[in-house]
Design a protein around this ligand. Structure first.
Ligand code: SAM
Length: 473
């Protein structure tokens, strides 16, 4: 096997936790172990930089047959290594076609990070603190105010408004008391990373929600029209629920479920503060919620944001720079739950559109779960192609996976995140809906709770520290 293909296999193995880098290099049976080891180590060292360059150059979108790990190795060799010193075979001319664009993207990255050498780029990009470059995103709660009014308020406080940003680089350039509107989300304000708004009167009054940009995408992409019925399956502490309520303009209904009583209490406080009035909270196992219950017969939209390893969360990465990745066993258990929850959600008979999201970077919890659920739906559902300009796509582990979205500090200036938008392939007629047999609910892995507490948003009265709710996934 050629060294580049062998290196790609080892990289994929390391990422999928099939073994240590050294172990996998030896297990590859590649003749020149030293050569292979050096190439994999170097590619891995520059991984974040390579991801950013590959994403902004659109390489994987243009070359569908090129697998992501191989692309990373080849781009390393082309831009940072010694330029295909070990051959390159048929990949060399392919990469050659993209060489100018890739080089330009690398140069652009250096200019914007204010560095001149590749090594300096590595220092900035690879330390856990690269997360500290991620701006402070602030969602304007349109149930209580408007982006224009929020902008005016900040201007009166001495902040300098830069208008709507046109690129991520504009956001990266924000310093001091500058702020801007996000290029994609119309109600998202963006401040420099260190801006602390926990004590800000607009935050305390529920006019602003401190929410990472990636975490704003699920409600935006689900886009239920006002008047719709929506399920938020794993809802607490409720940032996405409050966003959904804003999208619905408080018209319609959100059935929000969560197992955790404490998180639900925090959520009730958050929703009350945000002026949400269309949400019904239930302390309930979503897997035990019957899709054939007539209460949910009008549910056409589901947001599923299940428990996950959290491997993409900035806070965790910053606080625990040496943190171990989740173990194989933990990933397996989480993925099994996530798949059950997704299959269960797809069993709601009127469902038209579902957003599945995690703050995990692990394909086991993301592309693999989506692929399996779609396969098991026998063609009833498919991935919706969304946000074609979003630079970081799902890993190409199955056809169509590029419709999924990924996010990371390096590629999208956000926390690490994954999103899949799933839609029904055919609109069921009301007649066929009536004829449909009750779908078989997926059995719950946890004992069904005896206590079922329903709370309208606003019932929770205990005080929750602002920081506990902000930045929630
Ligand atoms: N969507 C929330 C937000 O934006 O604020 C974050 C959700 S968090 C990632 C996952 C939540 O799923 C946790 O609050 C957890 O208690 C809840 N959960 C886990 N298993 C559940 C189940 N079987 N049914 C309902 N909720 C569950």
């Amino acid at each position: 096997m050629a060294v580049y293909a062998a290196a790609a296999t080892v990289l994929a193995g390391v990422e999928n936790r099939q073994g240590s880098l050294k172990g996998l290099v030896y297990a590859s049976k590649f003749q020149n172990v030293k050569q292979l080891y050096a190439l994999v180590c170097e590619t891995q060292r520059y991984s974040a930089v390579l991801d950013a360059v590959i994403a902004s150059a659109g390489l994987l979108r243009a070359e569908k047959k090129l697998r992501p790990h191989l692309a990373k190795v080849l781009v390393y060799e082309l831009l940072l290594g010694k330029g295909f010193r070990w051959g390159g075979g048929r990949w060399k001319p392919l990469l050659g076609r993209h060489q100018a664009r890739l080089k330009a993207e690398l140069a652009r990255l250096k200019v914007h990070r204010g560095v001149s050498r590749n090594e300096d780029l590595l220092e900035v990009g690879s330390r856990p603190g690269s997360a500290s470059q991620v701006p402070r995103f602030v969602r304007v709660n349109t149930l209580k105010t408007s982006p224009d009014d929020a902008v005016d308020y900040f201007k009166r406080q001495g902040f300098s408004y830069q208008g709507r940003a046109s690129s991520l680089e504009d956001l990266r350039a924000l310093k001091g008391k500058y702020f801007a509107l996000d290029p994609l989300l119309p109600e998202l304000l963006v401040f420099p990373a260190q801006t602390d708004l926990h004590e800000h009167p607009l935050y305390r009054a529920g006019h602003l929600i401190l929410q990472d940009k990636a975490s704003c995408l699920p409600a935006m992409l689900l886009a239920p029209p006002p008047g719709s019925h929506v399920i938020d399956a794993c809802a607490a502490p409720g940032n996405k629920t409050s966003h959904l309520a804003a999208v619905l303009k408080n018209q319609g209904k959100i059935f929000a479920f969560d197992l955790d009583a404490k998180r639900l209490a925090s959520m009730a406080t958050l929703l009350a503060r945000a002026g949400v009035s269309c949400c019904e909270l239930a302390e309930e196992d979503f897997l035990a919620v019957s899709p054939s219950d007539t209460r949910y017969r009008r549910v056409q939209y589901i947001l599923l944001d299940p428990s996950c390893s959290g491997s993409g969360m900035l806070g965790r990465r910053l606080e625990e720079p040496g943190a171990e990745p989740p173990s194989k066993e933990r990933l397996c258990a989480l993925a099994a739950f996530q798949l059950r929850a997704l299959r269960h959600a797809l069993a709601f008979p009127a469902l038209q559109r579902l957003v599945y999201s995690t703050c995990s970077l692990c394909p086991e919890e993301n592309e693999d779960v989506v692929q399996e659920a779609l396969q098991q739906s026998s063609g009833a559902f498919r991935l919706a192609p969304v946000l074609p300009s979003w630079p970081h796509r799902g890993r190409g582990t199955f056809p169509g996976a590029e419709h999924c979205l990924r996010a990371s500090p390096e590629t999208t200036l956000t926390s690490g995140f994954f999103i899949a938008v799933i839609e029904r392939t055919e609109v069921p007629s009301s007649a066929s809906l009536a004829e449909q047999p009750a779908p078989e609910p997926v059995s719950s892995p946890v004992p069904k709770r005896k206590r079922r507490r329903k709370a309208a948003a606003g019932e929770g009265t205990q005080q929750v520290a602002g920081g506990e709710l902000q930045d929630a996934h």
